[in-house]
Ligand binder design. Structure first.
Ligand SMILES: [Zn+2]
Length: 113
């Protein structure tokens, strides 16, 4: 997977529109276009990383920050009764998500994991 055919890179670059939840220099969070729960958003690294299997120690900061900030974003979006975090990585999981993506959804909705 290269950045040229990565849907998340296109979203980060603004080539594909999204409804932003949060953005900083390293991360972008946006609502899923096909939500399966009242609160359902994705968090991606702005740096293209093929999968969790391609992470190395220099990614520790951004990946840690992703995990730390999800609960605050979920609360801002109205998730008050717990939430689920799904990380898809490589192989069959990569059919849906090719890069380092964290999906956050609230409630019993089914996640695509
Ligand atoms: Zn990408």
């Amino acid at each position: 997977m290269s950045t040229d055919n990565c849907i998340f890179c296109k979203i980060v670059l603004g080539e594909i529109p999204c409804r932003k939840v949060y953005e900083d220099d390293e991360l972008l969070a946006f609502h899923d276009i096909h939500p399966v729960a009242p609160v359902h958003f994705l968090v991606v690294t702005k740096e293209h990383i093929d999968s969790m299997a391609h992470l190395d120690t220099r990614h520790a900061g951004v990946m840690g920050r992703m995990m730390v900030m999800v609960h605050g974003l979920a609360a801002q979006q109205g998730s008050t009764d717990g939430f689920r975090i799904v990380c898809n990585t490589g192989g069959w999981a990569a059919r849906m998500f090719f890069t380092c993506t964290c999906m956050c959804s609230e409630g019993p909705g089914r996640c695509r994991a």
